[in-house]
Write a protein that binds this ligand. Sequence first.
Ligand code: ZN
Length: 379
Amino acid sequence: MNLTNNFSSAVSRRKFLMGASSLGALCAASRFSPLPALAQALTGDPRIAPQPIADKGFASIRKIGNGLYATISDRSKGLQTRSNGGFMIGRDAALMVEGFQTVIGSQFQLDTLRSVSQVTIGGALNTHWHFDHTLGNSVYGAQGIPIWAHADAAARMAAYYPKWQSQTLAAYLAPWQKRVDDAKTDSQREHAKSDIEGLTGMFVPVSQTVLALPNHPLDPAKMPMEIDLGGLTVVIETFIGHTDTDLIFRIPEQNVVYTGDLLTGGQYPVNINGYPSLWRATLAKFATFDKETLFVPGHGQVMGLAGVAEMRSCFDDLAEHAEKSYKAGVPVEDAIEQYVVPDKFKNYRMFSWGFTIGRTYQQLYGEWSAKPVPVLNYS
Ligand SMILES: [Zn+2]
């Protein structure tokens, strides 16, 4: 089918253009090599097993604490999971994190959990509503495992995904293609093309999926929420940032946190539905967590506070450049084109130019100026 072909060629093109990245990618040749599941500084951490208990290439699963496991994706080997995840096993029950991009990904996580424990699975948690964290949910639904998420997550999915399923990719992309055709400069054209790649990478897996929406809504007003799994207490908290439905799962006794996309490594902050200033405030809060904290980010390697600092410095870089341009009176459209990726982040992946740099600049300009600034949105 056409869609599938478009998808694989979009995927391989994106892989070719952007590759894996960051801390693990110490030389250019490593762009296609596997992403180590851990930040280098953590290789000696006694909580983390040096070997995974399961490894499918596209993701590996390893123990990172007492009853705690992290599923770490490696997009250089496939997008079956695409996001990270994991599971938490107590004496009486277990919880899983994320529904991933495909049923293959969520089945892999479920099978791996079952290889270590037969305990009741109380729920599968979606950190937020995005496709790469939820499209594999139906595997859990078929097993009678409730899908937990922020109370607004199901509505957000329902507002976008069924509509896409009624459209062709070409019709969906038409207005975005017009931006490419109307571009005034080469850089504007290349950036507009990158937005098409990012949007295609969302639209196609959504169009191929039987959706399963979260059926166990968690009320943000009732957070932090403590869940006792039997000898293992998980605290669910909500923060606004990457979306308005972001949840994190903390295991305070072991200083482990599953953050979803509020924290990512090796990529520019994906701001397709985000709130950059609130997001930065959330990251500032993460920076105050215990210095031994292990973070399982939404994408990238398991990291410590150094990973939080790195993501903050990327946001700082964006905000500093935006502010300089704003104060110099540079119109936002031009400022977005003038941003230069610094050496420090040159191996970072970018979902697309418009949904990392562009939208972030527009929102910051909007906060600083009295008049409204149009913001890049998809629907
Ligand atoms: Zn996301």
